[in-house]
Design a protein around this ligand. Structure first.
Ligand code: SAM
Length: 320
């Protein structure tokens, strides 16, 4: 059988989910995909989106969804703590589900839990008013911690059952039940908008001094050949409050196109991408070089990415 994943897998180039996508649920850590399949079957008019860090799980779930003939599922590969922020517009998700996530019991791993304040605020910002966060776990203290954290973040919280078998069964749910473990839940409902909701920052934070071109450089860059100015970007490192961007390499094509390779990291979210610059040598008319983000890599427009564009403009005069 030929598996056509293109309709199901959602990449960076597809842009961000928004309310325009219609009703939308999100499952974080979908494992083998059986719960997302069930959600998609039950709500054919809604989009069921899943995020998973494991490539193997992604492939398994994608095959499951294709075999089931479902066209209302989208799966993403990556860390939900980052993708929730960058791949979703605020207030566009109706429900978030997490089934049996690892509780990360060691203290030094606590920030990986879903029970951090930051994560609860992020979930809140992406949910519609009345939307819910739904957790199932076999670890009692973890459910209690999640309830506390989500209540602090302004949710109305309960331990209501999310449904009983077989609706809520998943591979791990079955495994824990066979081992005789209890199942605990936390259901947190977003009640209205609250001040201080997490939004994408438009500012780029503080730039380090080395980021901005020196006055002399600014004055002379108009005279500098564009090739030379672009080549001088390699090795540059720019830093803001929550990001860092490194200018790793540059390639010049014979036709006057340049590709600048950059790595940015925003709060641990790493992206590799290229900026394409069309220089004057190639342009038939006009005096300035123009730049755009190359389709290879297609980064989210995080503060780090935006700052790297700004740095290129400031240092070389390229227009975006
Ligand atoms: C214990 S398994 C549960 C799988 C499935 N939900 C089930 O109930 O059978 C936890 C899953 O979460 C995924 N995961 C862990 N951290 C994640 C993250 N930050 N973002 C997305 N998925 C994550 C893991 O790869 C794993 O598949």
């Amino acid at each position: 059988m030929y598996w056509n994943f293109s309709e199901i897998l959602r990449g960076r180039e597809d842009g961000r989910f928004s309310r325009a996508d219609g009703p939308l649920s999100l499952e974080i850590g979908f494992g083998n995909g059986e719960y997302i399949e069930r959600t998609a079957r039950a709500e054919r008019g809604s989009l069921a989106v899943g995020i998973e860090v494991s490539q193997w799980c992604l492939a398994k779930a994608a095959r499951r969804v294709i075999a089931a003939g479902l066209d209302n599922v989208r799966l993403m590969l990556g860390d939900a703590r980052h993708l929730l922020k960058w791949a979703f517009e605020p207030s566009c998700v109706d429900a978030v589900y997490m089934n049996y996530p690892c509780p990360w019991p060691k203290r030094r791993h606590a920030e990986r839990r879903v029970t951090t304040n930051l994560f609860a605020r992020l979930v809140r910002s992406r949910l519609v008013a009345g939307g819910s966060f739904n957790l199932l776990t076999d670890v009692g203290w973890y459910a209690a911690e999640a309830r506390e954290t989500f209540a602090r973040a302004g949710f109305s919280v309960s331990a209501a059952e999310r449904g009983s078998e077989p609706d809520c069964m998943t591979k791990y749910g079955r495994k824990w039940r066979e081992m005789g473990r209890e199942v605990y839940s936390a259901v947190a409902v977003k009640t209205g908008e609250a001040a201080g909701d997490f939004e994408l920052e438009d500012d780029m934070g503080e730039h380090s001094a080395e980021f901005e071109p020196a006055a002399g450089e600014r004055a002379s860059r108009a005279d500098k050949p564009i090739r030379e100015a672009l080549a001088s970007l390699v090795g540059d490192k720019i830093e803001g409050r929550d990001y860092i961007a490194l200018f790793r390499e540059i390639f010049f094509a014979g036709d006057g196109t340049a590709l600048i390779g950059i790595i940015s990291v925003d709060e641990g979210f790493e992206q590799h991408y290229r900026i394409r610059v069309i220089t004057e040598e190639r342009r038939a008319v006009g005096r300035r070089a123009t730049g755009s983000i190359d389709t290879i890599g297609c980064p989210y427009r995080t503060p780090g990415v935006r700052a790297s564009l700004k740095h290129i403009s400031a240092k070389t005069g390229v227009i975006f």
